[in-house]
Design a protein around this ligand. Structure first.
Ligand code: GLU
Length: 284
């Protein structure tokens, strides 16, 4: 049998092993030994919203995330950016891999079962992106027999499945940039997701050969996702969003993020003033 001292030593060694594991776990959403950090999930491939180029991050979601983080006490250098593809957002929050998700993330009843939302901070609408010479696709009612592309785990793909399943073929990708490639090559006839995302991609990748149909058929209310039950965090984020709108940053950042794309936010819903985490809806 081991003496008390030996047991105590063994326990101490085990504790320190755990402690050093935690300290070295660079991807942890919690604070690390070098000062406090906040880990934020964004898109890396949506120009004008969440876009990574080398070590620089740009877009309206990035601006909103930076503003909120600053209000919570984190400087730019204390933010750890992590890619949050559509399908992985809930899991990233549930596993504690990120502290918040600011990634064109629509508030929905289904997602609210597993995560909480602050916001909305923006309201987009699902639309269609087609080739510039496309004549037959004029809106959601002219999709008979067409091939569409959207992203796995998005409300956009879900809306297609719920409302057009019997008349279209849906190809699902992990990101919208892949869908745009499929549209340019002729593999699909249209890409469908939020108008603001499509406008950014068309301008960055379309080379003048793509156009937005311009008949949005849903209201996508963008929220900031946090871990389920963190109501204190939701309150703090909503207070920051309110400030962002009141001091003009929201307007300035949105204008600069969408500059040159021709995109105009729907003024009926923007900027949102009730931070009530109300779910998104469709026009059907
Ligand atoms: N806003 C929609 C959603 O949250 C589509 C955009 C996206 O996939 O990020 O699913």
């Amino acid at each position: 049998m081991r003496s008390f001292a030996q047991k105590a030593l063994a326990v101490a060694a085990a504790v320190s092993a755990v402690a050093s594991l935690t300290a070295c776990g660079g991807s942890s959403a919690a604070t690390d030994s070098g000062g406090k950090k906040i880990t934020i999930g964004i898109k890396f491939d949506q120009p004008g919203l969440g876009f990574k180029q080398g070590s620089s991050y740009t877009g309206f979601d990035v601006d909103v995330a930076r503003y909120v983080a600053k209000d919570l006490g984190y400087s730019d250098s204390q933010i750890v950016w992590k890619e949050a593809p559509s399908k992985q957002r809930e899991a990233l929050l549930q596993n504690g891999d990120v502290d918040m998700v600011v990634a064109t993330y629509s508030i929905t009843d289904k997602r609210k079962q597993v995560v909480d939302f602050a916001g909305p901070y923006f309201v987009a609408g699902q639309d269609l992106l087609v080739r510039a010479n496309e004549k037959s696709i004029k809106g959601p009612n002219s999709l008979n027999g067409k091939n569409l592309c959207s992203v796995t785990g998005s409300t956009s793909a879900q809306t297609v499945k719920d409302h057009f399943a019997n008349k279209v073929q849906l190809m699902e990708q992990t990101g919208y940039a892949e869908c745009v490639t499929a549209l340019i090559s002729g593999t699909v006839d249209a890409v469908t997701t939020d108008d603001i995302i499509l406008a950014g991609l068309a301008s960055a990748k379309g080379g003048g050969n793509l156009k937005l149909v311009g008949k949005p058929f849903t209201q996508e209310r963008y929220g900031i996702g946090v871990k389920k039950g963190d109501t204190a965090m939701v309150k703090k984020i909503n207070a920051a969003l309110k400030k962002m709108e009141a001091d003009g940053s929201w307007q300035k950042d949105l204008a600069s993020a969408t500059k040159g794309t021709g995109y105009k936010p729907n003024s009926k819903y923007n900027p949102p003033t009730d931070f009530d985490a109300q779910s998104s809806s469709t026009d059907f």
